[in-house]
Every structure is written in structure tokens, then in C-alpha cells.
Design a protein around this ligand. Structure first.
Ligand code: ADP
Ligand code: ADP
Length: 229
């Protein structure tokens, strides 16, 4: 389960300025679609519409064939996980931040998710570095480490659908490779929509959608898109 479908979706924040002018695509269950396009093209808007932060003007958004308008906010949030570009953390332990999406999780589960995301060593720290076990201040979490917290949270939540908003330039190339492997781990077998900036994602995606002026300008697999040029 977890098939996502956009059918001729039209949307504008301001009626004078349409952002999506009839966008249709499908992400089969367990597959990955990468969305690329210039800044302002409407990529993040697609993720906000899937969460139903806004309603579409016309067209349909469906999950497993069901209109998202007919799904409760709670079940939408349970079905969709998000690893945003910039993770905002609560001023509480990393363990608390990881279990936020699933408060019923046992401490061992939180620990496992943290280990998989490679932040197992930090879980008793606060985002500012304060270590609650030894009562001392350590290093503040870096941007990459904050992203790992979001990844650990998503591993624990295990949603059928995942939205990844890849950061453009915040990470150095070593961190980027490490984050990429953690992201590969969490997206494996899940329906994934990536707002893609990394070449590795684009190469491995099942489909790439190029969004331009509110419409899909091109679509296909990486090799096919390159062959057209
Ligand atoms: P992308 O993710 O491709 O960079 P966005 O989906 O964030 O693009 O934004 C698409 C367009 O919609 C941009 O021109 C942006 O300025 C505009 N926009 C985004 N959010 C809002 C909003 N809440 N109200 C009005 N305009 C918005
Ligand atoms: P942007 O790319 O401009 O940061 P997004 O479209 O990625 O915006 O997300 C919109 C906002 O919703 C972000 O602040 C994001 O952290 C937040 N968000 C993501 N997932 C959820 C969720 N499950 N419930 C509530 N808010 C969420």
C-alpha cells in the first residue's frame, strides 16, 4: 500500500498566480519519484498539498485510490513521513525528539532507530549539546545530525509514504554521502517522493518529473531524459 496519485491538480495560493496548472503523476506503492525543477516551480507545494495543508482548486489527490479529502488529518499524518530540509527540534532530549511521532515506542526501539541513523551516541543530549546523563555541555547538533534525528524519527514511525526534501548545499560532501545512505535505508520499500537536489537520488529514482511553469515539462527515467538531449 501507499500508492500516490495526482490527477490534473490545479492550485494557487493567490488566484491571480497559479502555481500548479494541471499536474498529473503516479507513484506506485514502494517506488520513488524525484521531483526536480527551478526554485519556485512548486515542488514543496506538492508536498504541502499531499499533507492537505491546502486544498486543491481542481483535480484529485489520492492515496491507494482514496481522495485525501476523505481521509482524517490523523490518518494522513500516520501515513506520511517527512524528512524536511531543515529539521526543527524540541528543546528536549534527542530520544524525545525521535519518539515524537510514536510516543508508544519502547526505549529499545528508539535506541535502534537512533543507531540506524547513526546518532545512537547522542540520544540523551539536548539539541544544544547539553548531555542529560553527565550534566555537561557538549557540542551543539550540526545540520547533518539534526537531519539524522528526522531520519531516526521516520525509521521509528515507519510510514508507508515518505517525502524527502533534500537540502541543497548545507552539507559537506562527506556528510552528504552518509545522509544519503541513511535516506536510502529509510526509503527502501516505501513510496517515496523526493524533492531532489542530489544527483544520486535522480539517478536511482524510478521516475523523474521536471516541473516548470506549473506543469510537468519532462518526465522519465534518468537515462531516457539524458538521451533526449
Ligand atoms: P519550490 O519548492 O519549487 O521552490 P514552492 O512550492 O515552495 O517552490 O513555491 C512555489 C511558488 O509559490 C513560489 O513562487 C513561492 O513564492 C510561492 N509560495 C509558496 N508558498 C506560498 C504561500 N504560503 N503563499 C503564497 N505564495 C507562496
Ligand atoms: P518547506 O519546504 O517550505 O520547508 P514543506 O512543504 O516541506 O515546507 O513543509 C511545510 C511545513 O510542514 C514544514 O515546516 C514541515 O516541517 C511541516 N511538516 C512536515 N511534516 C509534517 C507533519 N506530519 N505534520 C505537521 N507538519 C509537518
Amino acid at each position: 500500500s501507499g500508492r500516490v496519485e495526482f490527477r490534473d491538480v490545479r492550485f494557487a495560493y493567490d488566484p491571480e498566480r497559479p502555481i500548479l496548472k494541471g499536474v498529473s503523476f503516479e507513484v506506485p506503492a514502494g517506488k520513488t519519484v524525484a521531483i526536480v525543477g527551478p526554485s519556485g516551480a512548486g515542488k514543496s507545494t506538492i508536498s504541502r498539498l499531499l499533507f492537505r495543508f491546502y486544498d486543491v482548486q481542481s483535480g484529485n489527490i489520492l492515496i491507494d485510490g482514496q481522495e485525501i479529502g476523505a481521509v482524517t488529518q490523523d490518518s494522513l499524518r500516520a501515513a506520511i513521513g517527512m524528512v524536511p530540509q531543515d529539521t526543527v527540534l524540541f528543546n528536549d532530549t534527542i530520544a524525545y525528539n525521535i519518539r515524537y511521532g510514536r510516543v508508544d515506542a519502547a526505549p529499545e526501539e528508539v535506541r535502534q532507530a537512533a543507531d540506524l541513523a547513526q546518532i545512537g551516541a547522542f540520544i540523551q543530549r539536548l539539541p544544544d549539546g547539553y548531555d542529560t546523563t553527565v550534566g555537561e555541555r557538549g557540542l551543539k547538533l550540526s545540520g547533518g545530525e539534526k537531519q539524522r534525528v528526522a531520519i531516526a524519527r521516520t525509521i521509528l514511525k515507519a510510514p508507508p509514504i515518505l517525502i524527502l526534501d533534500e537540502a541543497t548545499s548545507a552539507l559537506d560532501s562527506h556528510t552528504e554521502r552518509e545522509i544519503q545512505s541513511a535516506l536510502d535505508l529509510v526509503s527502501k520499500g516505501r513510496t517515496t517522493i523526493v524533492i531532489a537536489h542530489r544527483l544520486s537520488t535522480i539517478v536511482s529514482a524510478d521516475e523523474i518529473i521536471v516541473l516548470k511553469d506549473g506543469q510537468i515539462a519532462e518526465r522519465g527515467r534518468h537515462a531516457a531524459l539524458l538521451a533526449e538531449r
